[in-house]
Design a protein around this ligand. Structure first.
Ligand code: 5RP
Length: 214
């Protein structure tokens, strides 16, 4: 079975977490695109969605699903999003699609974070996928030097501007044995907006190839 079919199975399985009257937090990426398409079938039963990117907003609106500002709705019951890597303790690398900041905000504002992936994203230790870090543009070089001094190899994702008007560094060469500590360390560097490690607030539920992981 190809990876898109496995992503779609996970996205479809996540629809079981959607309850009547909910405003659903929606992530970004190709797996989430399948989730949005499935959510469209339930749109008469939900209030709407809070979106983590312009890309997801467009897809939600194309299906006629109302999109609300997070400020207007307060805490959410459910957030559904994909990931680039997932370790056995549900800690994630995210941000391959560049939406990490809004994704982390919505994840932290949600009671339950359901992560939808295909099995290729499961790893014993995070770090093979380059870790995205969103930075304020004027701080790019300074942040890169600070991360390099801590052992990472930053590569500027040149030409990419996030929905927040910022830039992204992808950090190569990491073996992340303590993701909570690294998330905290990078968060201390002036100019860092968001670290693509979701470790302090990991996923609550992970669905792999359509099956909920134990
Ligand atoms: C976007 C993300 C995505 O969840 C991540 O990149 C996975 O994407 P896909 O479902 O396309 O494999 O973090 O910022």
């Amino acid at each position: 079975m190809d990876r898109d079919e496995l992503k779609k199975r996970s996205a479809e399985a996540a629809l079981a977490f959607v309850e009547d009257g909910m405003t659903v937090g929606v992530g970004t990426g190709s797996t989430v695109a399948f989730f949005i398409d499935g959510l469209a079938r339930l749109k008469g039963r939900i209030e709407g969605a809070v979106s983590s990117s312009e890309q997801s907003t467009q897809r939600l609106r194309a299906h006629g699903i109302p999109v609300f500002d997070l400020n207007a709705v307060g805490p959410l019951q459910l957030y559904v999003d994909g990931a680039d890597e997932c370790d056995p303790r549900n800690r994630l690398i995210k941000g391959g699609g560049g939406a990490l900041t809004r994704e982390k905000i919505i994840a932290s504002a949600s009671e339950r974070f359901v992560c939808i992936i295909d099995a290729a994203k499961q790893v014993p230790v995070l770090g093979t996928f380059p870790l995205p870090v969103e930075v304020i543009p004027m701080a790019r070089s300074a942040v890169a030097r600070a991360i390099h001094a801590q052992g990472g190899l930053p590569v500027w994702r040149e030409g990419v501007v996030t929905d927040n008007g910022n830039w992204i560094l992808d950090i190569h060469g990491l073996r992340i044995d303590d993701p909570v500590a690294l998330e905290s360390a990078y968060n201390q560097i002036p100019g860092v907006v968001t670290v693509g490690l979701f470790a302090a607030r990991p996923a609550d539920v992970v669905i792999v190839d359509g099956e909920r992981r134990a």
